[in-house]
Design a protein around this ligand. Structure first.
Ligand code: SF4
Ligand code: SF4
Ligand code: F3S
Length: 265
């Protein structure tokens, strides 16, 4: 209670805002507790009341007053083609804002597949040269929290870890927190016994689908996707894509839009 809340600046590059949509639905911890008691969300141009010069002034203020201490949360990525003109924030290319604010932060949290890998805007032929955040910010730790979007409780869980232990979580070789991305969907999938028994859904709505058989032959990417959906699940732990009857499309994996296609394996 005596510890000052850590300032968080949440920037938005090329993205769809659904990572924010996911974040605000966190139930463990409640997002209201995160925003009101754990962090000081000083800038987020999606949800903040301030606008224009008043809003931009906050960035300079936090940067000067909390040099080396604030966290930079980034949703979306910078497009580097055409001098960055495909994403303009406050009248200049987003990449400039990103570099400027990253210069004095403690660490960068790259929310979602957009910030982590590039996602749909970086899919072939990537007309704007959308570029993952860690390829632009090279001198700060970049914690990747991929998913399109990431699970709400994974997002707030990463923040909670950092605030509780005052360090960044252990990461895998690609920069993802091991506690949420250390296993494949397939490793903990409740349909796994059907996979092991060779019981597959062969076409949509067949007898196997009704019996809840494995979705591998319908293109499920669970065997190659590292994420926490089969353990943490979505919507307050209610379900996840496979439980809803559709295979995993690998939305937290690098270049998932370009890899083979959702319905092939
Ligand atoms: Fe939207 Fe997906 Fe990008 Fe998140 S990762 S901003 S959900 S497109
Ligand atoms: Fe693996 Fe997908 Fe089958 Fe689940 S449904 S057991 S993740 S292949
Ligand atoms: Fe994405 Fe697969 Fe989870 S599609 S939401 S990683 S089950």
């Amino acid at each position: 209670e005596t510890k000052p809340r850590i300032p968080v600046l949440w920037l938005h590059g090329l993205e769809c805002t659904c990572c924010s949509e996911s974040f605000i639905r966190s139930s463990h911890p409640l997002v209201s507790d995160v925003v009101l008691s754990m962090i000081s969300l000083d800038y987020d141009d999606l949800i903040m009341a301030a606008a224009g010069h008043q809003a931009e002034a906050i960035l300079d203020e936090i940067r000067q007053e909390h040099k080396g201490r604030y966290l930079l949360a980034v949703e979306g990525n910078p497009p580097l083609g055409q001098d960055g003109m495909s994403c303009i924030v406050a009248g200049r290319p987003f990449v400039e804002q990103l570099k400027e604010m990253a210069a004095d932060c403690q660490a960068v949290v790259a929310w979602g597949s957009c910030a982590s890998w590039g996602c749909v805007q970086a899919a072939r032929p990537n007309p704007t040269t959308a570029t993952p955040v860690d390829q632009v910010i090279r001198d700060k730790p970049v914690i990747k929290v991929p998913g399109c979007p990431p699970i709400a409780e994974v997002m707030t869980g990463v923040l909670t870890y950092m605030l509780t232990f005052d360090r960044i979580p252990p990461l895998d070789r690609q920069g993802r927190p091991l506690m949420f991305y250390g296993q494949r969907i397939h490793d903990k999938c409740y349909r796994r016994p059907h996979f092991d028994a060779g019981q597959y859904v062969e076409s949509w709505d067949d007898e196997g689908a009704r019996r809840g058989y494995c979705l591998y032959k319908m293109g499920c990417k669970g065997p190659t996707t590292y994420n926490a959906c089969s353990t943490v699940r979505w919507n307050n732990g209610v379900s996840f894509p496979i439980q809803s009857g559709h295979g995993c499309i690998g939305c937290s994996e690098k270049d998932f839009w370009d890899k083979e296609g959702f319905y092939q394996h």
